[in-house]
Structure formats: structure tokens, C-alpha cells
Design a protein around this ligand. Structure first.
Ligand code: PD2
Ligand code: ZN
Length: 284
């Protein structure tokens, strides 16, 4: 019998009540195991009931619903994730906001090649205008940038396939890789990467693949001072180290994800990054 068939209303109420009273997940699994449940099925059932319950609570409070998001396979705390053509280090993970720091995702030569290919095409970065959904100059974002088409070069394609394996999300759901260069004194003030559902321009932007659900910021060089990626809600700052990358996801377009983040001012040297934004569906 599948977990979905076995979840009765009584069981649902029991799980929610127990969890609300502070009973831990392992204790719930143990109680269900004793009453004849297979452990794996019990875990699935508890997860499903609590996820649905939390989503109901969130909706009652006026939050947008949660959607599935990319997630790297790091449940058993591996030292490395097999990303197909590269073993990528897992350096740090945080639950809320969901943040995972990867080491050695890109080789030095790949970083250099991306910067060289991007350099002649750099222009002052735009952000999405909230009223219309078009690109506009924004004084909170003072970098220069460019977009590659998805799969534009063999190098870009290889990196996109590596990222897809790493976070278990289809290549086709990714926006084109964006390369940004921040000269000294420039920054990207704290913001959310999802599109604000309350803004009139958002409906337009969502037509190309739905919401953004995760971001990967890849560090292409080593700025001497400053330029970290900051998460102000949790006072986290990630150092921009060449070849490393910070992944974060947001299961609903809402501040409760605590996914507010920014690029701190570069103090000395330049900072170069590549950003990969991931959508709910195919990005066309
Ligand atoms: O440059 C960064 O560290 C940074 C910070 C916040 C990049 C982005 N957001 C982004 O590209 O969305
Ligand atoms: Zn951002």
C-alpha cells in the first residue's frame, strides 16, 4: 500500500498534533513503526502531512504557496557531490534560508575562460522593472554584466550540465548564465531574486518559465577585499573565492524564506561572478 493511500484523516490529525506538541520526527517514526508501518513509508507520510499542513497555515496567513525547488543530494552530509564531470565539495549548508556553499565547482581555467569570453560583451547591469517587467538601470546594482545564451558555447553547456546534476534541476529550467564584474566601490544591495507577486510587471516575467526558485552564484576570481555575498536575515557572509559557488533556494516568493541577499561592496580589486537563476519550469 502506498503512503498516500494509507494516510487517513485520523493519522493526519495525530501527526500534526504530535508535531505541534514538540514530539520529534524520529519519535513519530518510531511510534508508527511500532504500529506496523514500514520506516521509509512512515517517514514519507510524516513529511507529506507536515508539508501540506505548513502550506495550509502559510496560505491562511496570506503567503503564496510553496513549490518544489532544486536541492543538491546532501542528505547524508557527503564531503563531495558527483556532478557528472566533477566532484564538487560541500563546504557548508544552512536550512533556513536554504544555502549550500560548494567548493571547486569550477576549475581556475574555466573561470578564466568565462571572464575572457564575457569581457568584450559587458554592459551596465539591468534589473527587472517592477511596473513593466522590462530591464532597467538600477542604482542598487552597480556592476557591469552580460548574459550567455543557454548552451551558447561548449564551456557554458558543460557548466550548465554540471549545475543541473549538482542541484538536480533540468538544464532547460535555467536562465542563461550571467557574468557580472564589480569594480572597487560597487555592490548589489540586498534584494530577493524571486519576482514580487504584488508587482504589475510580474505576470509578464512569469510567462517565461514561472518563478525563480533558486540561485547559484559562482565566483570567478579572488577580490582582495570585500565583495562577499551576504544574507542579512541570518548575518551570513560568504567569501567570494575563485571556483566556489553559493546556492540558495526559495520555495515561495516571500520574505519568510529569509532569502534576502546582496553583494557587499568591493573594497579592493575587482569581483567577477557568474549567476545561474533557476525557474520552476522550462525557461523559453
Ligand atoms: O554578487 C553577488 O554576490 C550577488 C549578490 C546578490 C549576486 C546576486 N545577488 C545575483 O546575481 O542575484
Ligand atoms: Zn540576487
Amino acid at each position: 500500500m502506498s503512503a498516500a493511500q494509507a494516510i487517513t484523516d485520523d493519522l493526519r490529525r495525530w501527526i500534526v498534533t504530535q508535531a505541534g506538541a514538540g514530539i520529534t520526527a524520529p519519535a513519530l517514526v518510531e511510534a508508527m513503526r511500532k504500529s506496523g508501518w514500514h520506516e521509509d513509508v512512515a517517514i514519507d507520510a510524516i513529511e507529506q502531512v507536515l508539508r501540506t499542513h505548513l502550506d495550509d497555515v502559510a496560505k491562511r496567513q496570506g503567503w503564496p504557496g510553496a513549490v518544489p525547488v532544486p536541492e543538491p543530494p546532501i542528505g547524508e552530509s557527503p564531503l563531495y557531490v558527483d556532478a557528472g564531470d566533477r566532484q564538487v565539495e560541500v563546504l557548508m549548508a544552512l536550512a533556513t534560508p536554504r544555502v549550500v556553499l560548494f567548493g571547486d565547482l569550477l576549475a581556475v581555467e574555466e573561470c578564466e575562460a568565462l571572464m575572457a569570453a564575457a569581457r568584450p560583451r559587458l554592459k551596465r547591469s539591468l534589473t527587472v522593472a517592477q511596473q513593466t517587467g522590462d530591464g532597467e538601470i538600477n542604482h542598487d546594482r552597480t556592476s557591469d554584466g552580460m548574459f550567455f545564451e543557454r548552451g551558447e558555447t561548449p564551456l557554458v553547456q558543460r557548466i550548465e550540465e554540471r549545475i543541473a546534476r549538482l542541484v538536480r534541476w533540468p538544464v532547460r529550467n535555467g536562465e542563461g548564465l550571467q557574468v557580472l564584474r564589480y569594480p572597487p566601490g560597487t555592490e548589489y544591495k540586498p534584494h530577493y531574486d524571486y519576482f514580487d507577486p504584488a508587482q504589475p510587471g510580474t505576470a509578464n516575467v512569469l510567462q517565461r518559465g514561472g518563478q525563480r526558485v533558486a540561485t547559484l552564484v559562482l565566483y570567478l576570481n579572488n577580490p582582495a577585499k570585500g565583495g562577499g555575498t551576504v544574507f542579512p536575515d541570518v548575518h551570513l557572509e560568504v567569501a567570494p573565492r575563485q571556483g566556489n559557488a553559493v546556492f540558495f533556494s526559495y520555495e515561495r516568493p516571500h520574505p519568510s524564506t529569509r532569502s534576502l541577499h546582496g553583494g557587499a561592496p568591493v573594497v579592493e580589486g575587482e569581483k567577477w561572478i557568474a549567476t545561474k537563476w533557476l525557474r520552476e519550469r522550462e525557461f523559453k
